[in-house]
Ligand binder design. Sequence first.
Ligand code: PLP
Length: 394
Amino acid sequence: MEDIILKEHNVIYQTYNRLPIVVNNAEGAYIYDNNNNKYIDFLSGIAVNALGHSHPSILNAIEIQSKKYLHLSNFFYQEPQIKLAELLIQKSKLDKVFFCNSGAETTEAVIKLSRKWGWDKSKTKIIAFTGGFHGRTYGALSLMDKPKYKDKMGPYLENMVIVELNNIDHLIENVNNNTAAIILEFIQGEGGIREPNFEFVNTILELKKKYNFILIADEVQCGIGRSGDFFAYEYWGITPDVITIAKAIGGGLPLGAIIVNEELSEVWQKGNHGTTFGGNALACACGIAVIEELDKGVLENVKNVGIYFKNQLIELRKKYTDKIIDVRGRGLMLGLELSLDAQKVVDLLLDKKIIANATSVNVLRIVPPLIINKELVDVFIKSLDESLSQIKNL
Ligand SMILES: *Cc1c(COP(=O)(O)O)cnc(C)c1O
């Protein structure tokens, strides 16, 4: 084993399953290791590097902003924050932005905000769905069902209910006047690229009319162009009351935000919520660059390449009907449900210098940089074809 990997084992808490790659540098859709191997990246730092690695616009934004100032704290007015908020409001048609640093922090923020909104109305219950992922803090974990994330670390928050995704009866049973909010990923990432169906989303909207609760779209993974729309929920033709974003919005730097509608924009008073680093100027400058590039044709690319990619996967499924159970997702957020441990395919792909990821045990998750082209998709499909043929028939 490489020296540096041994060192890592000695000093880093072993909570991650790392790929056996020591990275030297990365550019566009490529990652280069210490031994000059070149990998194609279909993971994007877990759906973070929307523009690929070392994108000139990001490097430029960093250079310009770093010469002005890095961190000031929220005691000051800062142009990068304001400009990024303007762009996010324009995209969402909502009213105000609160910046933080990560996805989990956005979940904490929306839990607090929903409960403060519901306080006078005796609404405290928050509903989330099976397979959902909202972060690793106590608030977020209270809205999640996967035992691996939660076992022996409780107790968790009260009045949190996890309803089975796409089970309308279960949903109706659990929503009432006490419901403050429902939080939903319109495309589940960690949960294995699963979507709520139209009937389910319509039922949520009907219940919302009847019981008056806040609808929160967790767009941390599926948002910022990943699905082919700027926000994944757009596909359902709805507008949520609150949107949470993180991952891709910082262009590789840590940044999160919640975007709220007008009714919710005055629930918090000064001092009710805050963070030291939230809205960090360097991260916001990169966020602006991300959105500007998406508007300059990257979003269009996601749509085109995404459709091509999914069709190629559907074709491949015809050849491996026993191994590929389902092809899911939209844009460049795709998933293959397999009849075998997806990690096995991940390992075989890695031998061919392709980086992908397994989630929910049997789902191969494909979340490449949004700038990839059809030629790279072809390389992926060919490698996947070879990998699947290497696994002996089940
Ligand atoms: C990753 C993720 C989070 C948590 O984000 P962190 O930045 O890891 O805290 C929340 N929601 C969704 C949908 C995610 O994919």
